[in-house]
Design a protein around this ligand. Structure first.
Ligand SMILES: Cc1cc2nc3c(=O)[nH]c(=O)nc-3n(C[C@H](O)[C@H](O)[C@H](O)COP(=O)(O)OP(=O)(O)OC[C@H]3O[C@@H](n4cnc5c(N)ncnc54)[C@H](O)[C@@H]3O)c2cc1C
Length: 453
């Protein structure tokens, strides 16, 4: 293991930096031994740092960067089951598995997340309404906890610890590896239907009535559009294409997958590059670029799932003050509240080019797992402006009153007093955390901020 080095860390949002000793275990045995290291302020595992806020930071303590502990240790190539080390990125998994005809069960909007991070946030993707979240596909996790050491847990033999770890933000132990199911694909291309909607009502109606027909579905909202155009969107919905849907040229390498970036965002950008003027222009162009209605267009994996990955370090474009990403989910029947919230965000004028709306399917048994059956909205804006904090505080309360919650992997700012109402099974989760970590050896900035101990 490399000697721990004092490092300044942030999440992807580049807000609330804190310093920690960062160790980088070279293999799984070193990762497993992390809990034996001298760490008076506790330790937390870290993946690729793609959480927006502070779950993978530990001010003044130890952070264990698991990204060198990467690779596939077992693959059932006929049954579609893989065991991967905790630091393996989804990008690597796709580069290895897509050419073999397998795809990860769930992918977020970036491939640059690790298996450990996917479990700890119980990540969801465009297929949540059909397939659930990441941990629904996980069959076993190897985890080290302070109280019980190294154990292999499954949903059947240790449901409490398994489901407390799913979405548990790394606070139940250090994950070493996981075994999960894969999805069979005939090609690496997707057959995509696009609909450009003129307003929010049409967006909601299409999501409500059409999602069942699609494996993957999401709507990008132009939040800068006002008046009768408020909530206009581009709906992109699809599924992996079959071989016979490809052209002769595409059929030559039907499972090809290239993980590429086109550019890297510069370290220094003009101040306030992202402002209402630039984002209004960007959104207008993005909206017009999409076809009004298209059926069966063939898209690549990056184009459909991960367009942001084309620009490495795109978070720098938000400048030194960073990003606030706000994501909530509210039950399906709270659709009027959803309209009100979207209306308020739009009227506020905060410049957002990453506002995404999706209908989620049923939740899983994880007490801290974010998804519930309902509407989820992701809203991404520069972290400045005195009005932003009070606006989001007020909207947090409305979300809670509607029976909804905020996604911890994206949060950097919410009031900890709201957490028990958002996650009604919080006490159950805390009991498991205390039983596996009675001395609170596992600790993070998020855990301190939200009193998850
Ligand atoms: C552009 C972008 C798009 C995104 N889109 C989505 C999306 O569509 N859906 C979604 O659900 N999320 C999305 N996310 C969030 C992201 O998927 C999650 O935050 C994910 O957890 C990040 O994984 P990571 O490996 O970077 O983990 P980190 O951010 O480094 O850590 C996240 C959590 O995982 C824990 N952790 C990491 N490794 C281990 C380990 N070995 N053992 C125990 N705990 C561990 C950490 O302690 C921390 O609590 C997006 C993020 C970005 C930047």
């Amino acid at each position: 293991m490399n000697r721990a080095q004092r490092t300044r860390l942030t999440g992807w949002a580049n807000t609330a930096p804190t310093g920690a000793e960062v160790s980088r275990p070279d293999d799984v045995e070193e990762l497993a031994g992390s809990l034996g290291l001298d760490a008076p302020r506790g330790l937390i595992a870290r993946g690729l740092g793609r959480s927006y806020g502070d779950p993978a930071q530990n001010a003044g303590g130890l952070v264990v960067d698991a990204t060198r502990v990467s690779g596939i240790t077992d693959l059932d190539i006929t049954g579609g089951r893989v065991t991967a080390l905790a630091g393996t990125s989804l990008d690597d998994l796709m580069r290895w598995l897509v050419p073999l005809g397998w795809f990860v069960p769930v992918t977020p909007g970036t491939r640059q997340v690790t298996v450990g991070g996917a479990i700890a946030s119980d990540i969801h993707g465009k297929n949540h309404h059909k397939a659930g979240s990441w941990c629904d596909a996980v069959e076993a996790i190897t985890i080290v906890t302070p109280a019980h050491g190294r154990r292999r847990i499954t949903p059947a033999d240790d449901p409490e610890l398994f489901w407390a770890t799913a979405g548990g933000m790394g606070l139940t132990g250090v994950i070493l590896d996981a075994t999960f199911r894969l999805n069979r694909i005939e090609t690496s291309l997707l057959s995509v239907d696009t609909d450009r909607t003129p307003d929010l009502d049409t967006t909601l109606a299409l999501l409500e009535h059409g999602d069942a027909d699609y494996e993957y579905s999401v709507a990008w909202l132009d939040l800068m559009a006002k008046g009768t155009s408020m909530g206009r969107s581009i709906l992109g919905r699809g599924r992996f294409a079959t071989l016979d849907e490809l052209s002769a040229r595409q059929r030559r390498h039907p499972l090809a997958f290239h993980s590429t970036t086109l550019a890297t965002a510069p370290k220094v950008v003009p101040p306030r590059l992202i402002n209402p003027l630039t984002i209004r222009a960007f959104n207008e162009a993005w909206f017009r670029k999409a076809p009004k209605r298209a059926r069966g267009q063939i898209h690549g994996i990056t184009e459909f799932f991960h367009p942001l990955d084309l620009v490495d370090r795109w978070n720098r474009l938000y400048g030194r003050t960073g990003i606030v990403q706000w994501q909530f989910v509210i039950p399906l029947d709270a659709v009027d509240e959803l309209r009100t919230i979207i209306g308020e965000l739009s009227a506020s004028g905060h410049p957002s080019f990453l506002t995404v709306l999706k209908r989620m399917g049923p939740s899983n048994p994880g007490p801290l797992s974010f998804p519930i059956e309902g509407w989820t909205l992701t809203f991404d804006v520069p972290a400045h402006g005195a009005a932003l904090g009070p606006l989001l505080d007020r909207l947090d309360r409305r979300v809670v009153e509607s029976g909804g919650r905020i996604y911890l992997a994206k949060d950097s700012r919410m009031d900890p007093d709201l957490l028990p109402a958002m996650y009604p099974r919080l006490d159950e989760w805390l009991a498991v955390r205390r039983s596996v970590d009675p001395k609170q050896q596992i600790m993070s900035d998020l855990a301190r901020r939200l009193r998850l101990s």
